[in-house]
Design a protein around this ligand. Structure first.
Ligand SMILES: Nc1ncnc2c1ncn2[C@@H]1O[C@H](COP(=O)(O)OP(=O)(O)OP(=O)(O)O)[C@@H](O)[C@H]1O
Length: 259
């Protein structure tokens, strides 16, 4: 238990990853330490190439670390775990399954009866704004629509922790706002833990109750609480002096991280 009374759900210690390409070692992440409290919404902000996806892949157990370790509820993460849902940057929908059957997949694996599965899939498809597209195949959808199917599929697994890698980056502003609001609503209701990677300062501030800014090879340049009251309205926030000051602080941290 931490001093705030919440327990740590994720602990990354001395974490690092080196890739080897053409006999050359490329360090993507080095000496990375981070603890995440249960039920928190942590946004991880960093420029392209600073190791954000590498960190999430390690956290999700998709790739083994070169150095250090990841623990989930005190247990070492040495492969994917059902408690963690991962929305990756790349598209991992099954091309031979239509939208409904893609969304149903985690429930199918979990052994949920077909009628219940179908009902839940319909509900999730509605939540991500894809009513009417149930029978479409991934190739018949736009990139943004495919992201939304992936989001619905992740939620279908009912994970207690959500790992999200720039999930709304490719969407138009309106849809992005809708899905951000939907995610916040789900988070408020469910008490899930969220680790949300973005390179967008405003998004990091709008969503998180803590922001971690990464510099090169995942060096933590800033780790601070975001005390903005909720619900947060993007239009109102933009003129809020506290938000403006935080925005400036994060801009400076990103600049510092690039050095
Ligand atoms: N499989 C790999 N093989 C070799 N190098 C890799 C591999 N994956 C990542 N890297 C390198 O590691 C570094 C960090 O990559 P990573 O994808 O983690 O960054 P990122 O912060 O998520 O970037 P972006 O915001 O653009 O997705 C980059 O220099 C990248 O080229």
């Amino acid at each position: 238990m931490s001093d705030t009374g919440t327990s740590t759900v994720i602990k990354m210690g001395g974490l690092g990853k080196q890739f080897v390409k053409d006999d050359l070692g490329i360090v993507a992440l080095r000496d990375f330490d981070l603890e995440i409290a249960e039920g928190s919404f942590v946004t991880v902000l960093g420029r392209s190439g600073c190791g954000k996806s590498t960190m999430l892949n390690l956290l999700a157990g998709l790739t083994p670390p070169t150095w250090g370790s990841v623990a989930y509820r005190g247990e070492p993460v040495d492969g994917p775990r059902t408690e963690m849902g991962y929305l990756t940057q790349s598209d991992t929908l099954m091309p031979w399954r239509d939208v409904r059957r893609n969304v149903e997949l985690p429930m199918e694996i979990g052994g949920m009866p077909a009628a219940r599965r179908r009902e839940r899939a319909a509900e999730l498809i509605g939540k991500v704004g894809l009513d009417g597209f149930e029978k479409h195949y991934p190739r018949e959808l736009s990139g943004g629509m495919r992201r939304r199917v992936s989001l619905a599929r992740m939620l279908a697994g009912d994970p207690e922790t959500l790992l999200m890698d720039e999930p709304f980056g490719a969407l138009d502003a309106q849809l992005r706002g809708d899905l951000q609001a939907e995610l916040l609503r789900l988070w408020t209701e469910s008490g899930q833990t969220v680790v949300f990677v973005t390179h967008d300062i405003e998004e990091a501030l709008l969503l998180g109750d803590r922001v971690v800014v990464l510099g090169r090879v995942g060096r933590i340049v800033l780790d601070r609480a975001i005390e903005l009251p909720r619900p947060r309205d993007a239009d109102e926030l933009r003129v809020d002096p506290h938000f403006v000051a935080l925005h400036r602080e994060l801009t400076e941290a990103l600049r510092e991280g690039a050095r």
